[in-house]
Design a protein around this ligand. Structure first.
Ligand SMILES: NC(=O)C1=CN([C@@H]2O[C@H](COP(=O)(O)OP(=O)(O)OC[C@H]3O[C@@H](n4cnc5c(N)ncnc54)[C@H](O)[C@@H]3O)[C@@H](O)[C@H]2O)[C@@H](O)CC1
Ligand SMILES: Nc1ncnc2c1ncn2[C@@H]1O[C@H](COP(=O)(O)OP(=O)(O)O)[C@@H](O)[C@H]1O
Ligand SMILES: [K+]
Length: 528
């Protein structure tokens, strides 16, 4: 698992490390690690000129020492001092080190043209304008220098790309766009969250000796190794029931294919048994595509409700199916709610729940639930779960924008904030789909998965995802683990099925079995 820590946690760990290490040791380790990465990249880029953009804080200090080391190693190195205070505005000892190593120094406040020219000539740029002490955005004098960076230059962000919000909460257009980020001690939230991930580029973590293993993470990302630990593997004593039965209420006369995609995915993910509830056309298709599935209601350990569900359909079979969907939502069983099922969510359930909206669905659901919470309804889910919620006195629905409309663009501008709002409103695990998929559960570190190729943005891919997560929930995984592990394996299966080319959702579903097999085999062959 990759764990990112908040700025506060990093500062506390840094203070603890500084108390037991000689003065300047942490910065020296950071600068050394940075210079080593830069030297390795210089072997690959055309040209050998390195320019460090140096801001007022310790991020600029790291950069000055790295420029010094690169100059000593024989690279044509320069520092461009960004602050309006010029020389006196940057890390003094770092500046002395850079100058005595032979690096050129350009002071933007004294000769802006000369500074811009120096930046434009660099084959490799170290962005040391601001790090974890930075506020989002770039000041005009910094932006001018950043604009001068050559398109072909390799840009290494020092700790994080300047201009980004270190917490990754607010997006920022005015930031350095790095090819690569060299960060110190531990990743920061911005590196893993949609607001900063693209501008971060490749991420390298340099160990500087700060200790954060026991500190709760702010953001987590599951890696392939986690599949070995988390994936439910049957044992000798298991049977199909003990492994978990999944009920799927999906598909409709309007969207029958969703039922095939969802049940195929659950079967490919290795669920113990599948029950399917639907209308005649998808029932026929599921019979053909997934002969393992048993049609009709019965005892299950978890439900998937919603892929391809047509909540406007009004014939008798459709009404029966919608009744089954509402009963699942009103039950005390774990449920994955996707697509059409989201329209049936009335607020808190008293049982484990994973909501899997994309940005538009999340916006619609928030608008509806927050509109309701502005009125008299207490927002709890109908059925037996609602009674249980009220009896336990769960808190009423609250939200910052009660009654206001939320749009898909609002969600895209602040995915994490909106996913958190829906999680707070419903008590559910919210999986917000996108290039980076977020999994938010109150009281848990946010999980962020970015395993899939852009080709996965194709119709039906979400139906497959809900089937995988349903299979994991039925086997007993907690919603937070089921959702994030499901997103990881779905993304890896998509990547393998794509191989750099077009993808269809059914291929992702069929890729699940070999993907899980290979990820588990990888764990078995790993040393230790
Ligand atoms: N915390 C740690 O464990 C370590 C930190 N180190 C480095 O120290 C950095 C943090 O240093 P600081 O706390 O000095 O903070 P920064 O260097 O990140 O930035 C603070 C300075 O930048 C200015 N500033 C803030 N936002 C700005 C903006 N948008 N445009 C222009 N200027 C802006 C502030 O006025 C302040 O002078 C880390 O990112 C890392 O690079 C390393 O030296 C090693 C260890
Ligand atoms: N740009 C992208 N890169 C990678 N994955 C993406 C991208 N855009 C969407 N996805 C993924 O593709 C899937 C699309 O699901 P969804 O929008 O529900 O489609 P559908 O409703 O047609 O099944 C989700 O798993 C989502 O995370
Ligand atoms: K930086």
């Amino acid at each position: 698992m990759i764990r990112a820590h908040s700025v506060e946690a990093v500062r506390a760990a840094e203070a603890a490390a500084m108390a037991r290490l000689p003065e300047g040791e942490l910065m020296s380790r950071a600068a050394h690690g940075l210079a080593e990465v830069a030297a390795a990249r210089l072997a690959d880029v055309e040209g050998t000129t390195v320019v460090g953009l140096v801001g007022a804080g310790d991020n600029g200090g790291d950069t000055l020492y790295a420029v010094a080391q690169l100059a000593e190693s024989g690279f044509a190195s320069a520092a461009v001092l960004v602050p309006s205070a010029g020389r006196s505005g940057v890390h003094a000892a770092g500046l002395r080190a850079a100058e005595s190593a032979g690096a050129l120094v350009h002071v933007a406040a004294e000769d802006p043209e000369d500074a811009v020219e120096a930046v434009a000539e660099a084959a490799l740029v170290l962005d040391g304008i601001v790090g974890i002490g930075g506020r989002p955005g770039l000041r005009p004098e910094a932006a001018r220098l950043v604009d001068a960076i050559d398109d072909d230059a390799w840009v290494i962000a020092v700790d994080l790309a300047s201009g980004l919000d270190p917490a990754g909460e607010s997006g920022e257009d005015d930031a350095v766009w790095a090819d690569e980020t060299v960060t110190f001690g531990t990743p920061k939230p911005v590196h893993l969250l949609p607001a900063g991930e693209a501008a971060t580029g490749r991420l390298t973590v340099v160990d500087i000796g700060i200790e954060v293993d026991d500190v709760p993470a702010a953001v987590e990302r599951l890696t392939w190794d986690d599949v070995t630990t988390l994936w439910p593997v049957p044992g000798r004593g298991d049977d199909k029931y003990s492994r978990g039965v999944l009920g799927v209420v999906a598909g409709s006369e309007a969207y029958p294919g969703a039922a095939v995609l969802c049940t195929t995915a659950a079967a490919e993910a290795g669920v113990g048994m599948l029950r399917y509830v639907g209308t005649p056309t998808p029932v026929g298709l599921v019979h053909q595509a997934v002969p393992e599935a048993v049609v009709g209601e019965g005892r299950v350990q978890a439900w998937v409700v919603g892929p391809g569900l047509d909540t406007d359909a009004d014939d008798e079979r459709a009404r029966e199916q919608l009744d089954a969907a509402r009963a699942a939502l009103g039950s005390d069983l774990p449920v994955v709610v996707d697509a059409g099922g989201l329209a049936l969510v009335e607020g808190r359930r008293g049982a484990p729940t994973v909501l899997t909206p994309h940005a538009g669905e999340l916006a619609r659901l928030l608008t509806r639930l927050e509109g309701r919470s502005a009125g008299t309804d207490d927002g709890t889910q109908g059925g037996s779960g609602a009674t249980a919620d009220r009896d336990r006195g769960e808190r009423p629905v609250t939200g910052p924008a009660r009654g206001a409309e939320t749009t898909a663009d609002d969600v895209k501008a602040d995915p994490l904030g909106h996913a958190r709002r829906l999680a707070a409103l419903t008590g559910a695990t919210v999986l917000l789909k996108g290039a980076t998929t977020l999994v938010v559960t109150e009281g848990e570190p946010v999980r962020s998965q970015a395993d899939a190729p852009s080709w996965l943005a194709t119709a039906g891919a979400g139906d497959v995802l809900s089937g995988v997560i349903g299979a994991l929930l039925a086997s007993g995984l907690a919603p937070h683990d089921a959702a994030s592990l499901g997103a990881l394996v779905h993304g890896v299966a998509a990547d393998r099925a794509s191989g750099g080319g077009p993808l269809r959702a059914l291929a992702v579903a069929h890729g699940l079995r070999p993907t899980v097999r290979d990820l588990l085999a990888r764990g078995r062959s790993a040393p230790g």
